[in-house]
Design a protein around this ligand. Sequence first.
Ligand code: HEM
Length: 421
Amino acid sequence: MGFMNSSPGRLPVGPPRPPRPRRGASPLRDFPVVVWLLLAVVAAFIQPVLRESTWVMVHLALLGAMTHAVLVWSTFFAQALLKTPESVDPAAHQTVRLAVLVVGVACVVVGVPSGLWSLVVVGAVIVGAAVAWHGVAMARRLRVALPSRFAVTVRYYLAAAVCLPVGAVFGVLLARWPASDLFGRLLIAHTLTMLVGWLGLTVMGTLVTFWPTMLRTRVDPRAAGLAHQALPVVLTGLGLIIVGALVGLRGLAVAGMVVHLAGVLWWGRGLIGPLRAAPPRRAPALFATGALAWGLVLLVSLPLHVATAESWGGVAGGYLPITTVAVLGFALQLLTGALSQLIPTVLGGGPAIRMAVDAEFARLLLTRFIVLNAGLLVTLLPVPPDVRRGAIGAAMAAVALLIPLILRGIFVGVRAKRARA
Ligand code: HEM
């Protein structure tokens, strides 16, 4: 079984006793994700009257919901895998970090569309500081932990945490000079540092053990080793992308994307065994599989897009389909899968309650999966604008259903535990 069903770190037991990751409902853990998602859906509906509506939706989803989820759950996984003492990263610090992040995100999502650059700078500094603090906590965990082959996951988290503040600097510059020649170059530097670095590295690190957990099967014994070998490759690729974009060498940026893709494929070999052993049937694995498929589409289409554009200006011009795949196909779909596994797990309460909460996340499973993925596919085809708008609305609605499911899942779990108590 995956790590959350067995003993993850295989570490020698010794004092001090590690704390268990926090269980039960937790407002600051769960609700900001719900609120950011809800706001993203509202933004989609009031699009005609909202300034910079695409930017707002993208950032409510990726900077709001996803970044909050990454901070929460990578801490959860790091704790579960390394079993470090509470003092290494006290729960109170984690809570403050999450609150700080919420404030920073709010400043950025208000600042960019209203053209208040100083507010954007303040927000980006706050977000960057929260994530840098998170990175320091990861480094401390690695330093203190006993040796574990799954420490590789936390190394991915550390690398990811370095990426966000760097990407935030590019974001701030993009907000300052939206109409400059630099725009296309900064856009590639910003989006790839965030998507491939901050989100991608976190996902790669997590799936080493979480992929088999979602599939309810065993970890491939090679997975940690493959992830370990892939890390320098993907980081080299990302470095080349950033340097290529900043100095304006598209060939170098494309080469970086190819190197990065090679690293991802190498890492991905560790996913195949569990997938063969237990094909996806439940919500977590089904959505995660869909997300990985779109992630691959994204990583292949990015170098093609950059290589075939006429100029850096052209790179920025045709970027919307790439953003749509990144947000809906990859990020939000993965969030749907991950939360469908994680929320029932952290609510705890034993097998009966677990089944009841799982059942909430399984509601309309195939419909949601098909509408999301088919809707996204239609938006990428050469269809009339009305059809595209309808398809994207349907895909967003399929994602939005996650919100009532999370709330119902928490409600059902908490009520069942109270009833039993
Ligand atoms: C830290 C604060 C951030 C700031 C200040 C920021 C700022 C910006 C700006 C100014 C743009 C260009 C908007 C335009 O097209 O005119 C942009 C685009 C983009 N950003 Fe961010 N961003 C931030 C965080 C993030 C994060 C965390 C992610 C992903 C995980 C992200 C993903 C994207 C994407 C995909 C685009 C392209 C959107 C499009 O095609 O319009 N950003 N960002």
